[in-house]
Design a protein around this ligand. Structure first.
Ligand code: F6P
Length: 370
């Protein structure tokens, strides 16, 4: 019998439990024992585990969060932590590890793999910013939550003739803002990939008012920033173990600027961790399940140092190096298409047959060459 360790690291995300369940259930056919490592890499430093039986994963498929806990612990912060991790892997008799996480967690997985530990990665993040995969699970759920919020904010904005600024997650990549902004019919979408000009934003909103639309919805990603100001807006400058500051607050400063320049009643909604909580969508449950089963197959084949990824409609292995090499930022074809709906994009850019990117904003989200 083989022993497989499973851990979830970084921010939680809808679909984590669906992956854990899939790993346990798929492993049963090989008669492997699955060891849940508590609270991400911290559990391997502290030696905290739980045995994940078939019974332990019963009923967890629709449950948000992660039954084994998570943390933003980085074992490479101190050499003695790495030593502990390696000692505990030996102590618990773990033959292979499945690490479910975003770029930080999988960055640690890559370093441990380079030290000889057999590891498989599974891509998780509501931000959808991992390279090598078209989508991460959790993203679809976050987009659904934000879309519903925008729908609700539309009716109140319209009734009060207000501008409502909706701040969403997205540190380096504005995937949630872009996709939920399109699906919710936002009147402006601001993302980290393109610094915004506040005058231009207000010009666009004013032109809506002149066209008789006396309300507007502005979706802004937490990592977006105005042209010329180098800094993103933070809640605290304290850094986590991977060097990230806590973002948040751009919505308020943006709303102040809009109100001042336009003299229109303006409100802010910060969706925050609501975007990460609760039950996963059907799409995320299926994707998470496919990833979990594929990870077990890679363990079975001894194909370590890989991350399972969605490319097109297939689940394929990609190297951990590739997955963590850089953030997958928003496909600008998609973002530029969204601009058509807030008065800045031109349809002809997409309809021109000589344009080699023709229609790509509709059919692709991940460009292998980028
Ligand atoms: O995991 C990614 C993310 O959702 C980012 O978009 C956000 O900045 C961060 O998590 C916030 O996480 P926490 O407040 O849990 O540390």
């Amino acid at each position: 019998m083989r022993k497989i360790g499973v851990l979830t690291g970084g921010g939680d995300c809808p679909g984590l439990n669906a992956v854990i369940r899939a790993v346990v259930r798929a492993s049963m056919q090989y008669d492997w024992e699955i060891i849940g490592i508590k609270n991400g890499w911290k559990g391997l430093i502290d030696g905290e585990i739980v045995i994940l039986t078939d019974y332990a994963v019963s009923g967890i498929l629709p449950k948000g969060g992660t039954i084994i806990g998570t943390s933003r612990t980085n074992p490479f912060k101190k050499p003695e932590y790495v030593q502990k991790v390696e000692e505990n892997i030996r102590r618990f008799g773990i033959d292979a590890l499945v690490a479910i996480g975003g770029d930080d967690t999988l960055g640690v997985a890559l370093k441990l793999h380079q030290r000889g530990i057999p590891i498989i990665g599974i891509p998780k993040t509501i931000d959808n910013d991992l390279s090598g995969t078209d989508y991460t699970f959790g993203f679809d759920t976050a987009v659904s939550i934000v879309t519903e919020a925008i729908d609700r904010l539309h009716t109140t904005a319209e009734s009060h003739h207000r501008v409502i600024v909706v701040e969403v997650m997205g540190r380096n990549a504005g995937w949630i803002a872009t996709v939920a902004g399109i699906s919710g019919g936002a009147d402006e979408i601001l993302i980290p990939e393109e610094a915004f000009n506040i005058e231009e934003v207000c010009r666009n909103l004013r032109s809506r008012y002149e066209r008789g639309k006396k309300f507007s919805i502005v979706v802004v990603a937490e990592g977006a920033k105005p042209i010329g100001e180098g800094m993103v807006v933070t809640q605290s400058d304290e850094k986590d173990e991977f060097g990230h500051v806590r973002l948040g607050g751009i919505g308020h400063s943006l709303a102040r600027e809009i109100e001042k320049r336009m003299n229109v009643d303006t409100r802010v909604t910060i969706l925050g961790h609501v975007q990460r909580g609760g039950t996963p969508t059907a799409h995320d449950r299926v994707l998470a399940t496919r990833f979990g089963v594929a990870a077990v197959e890679l363990v079975k084949n001894g194909d370590f140092g890989k991350m399972v990824a969605l490319q097109g409609d297939k689940i394929v292995p990609v190297s951990l190096e590739k997955a963590v090499s850089k953030s997958k930022t928003v496909n600008m074809d998609l973002y530029n298409m969204a601009k058509i709906f807030f008065g800045k994009g031109k349809v002809k850019d997409f309809a021109n047959p000589t344009n080699e990117n023709k229609y790509s904003q509709v059919y692709t989200t991940y460009d292998e060459k980028s």
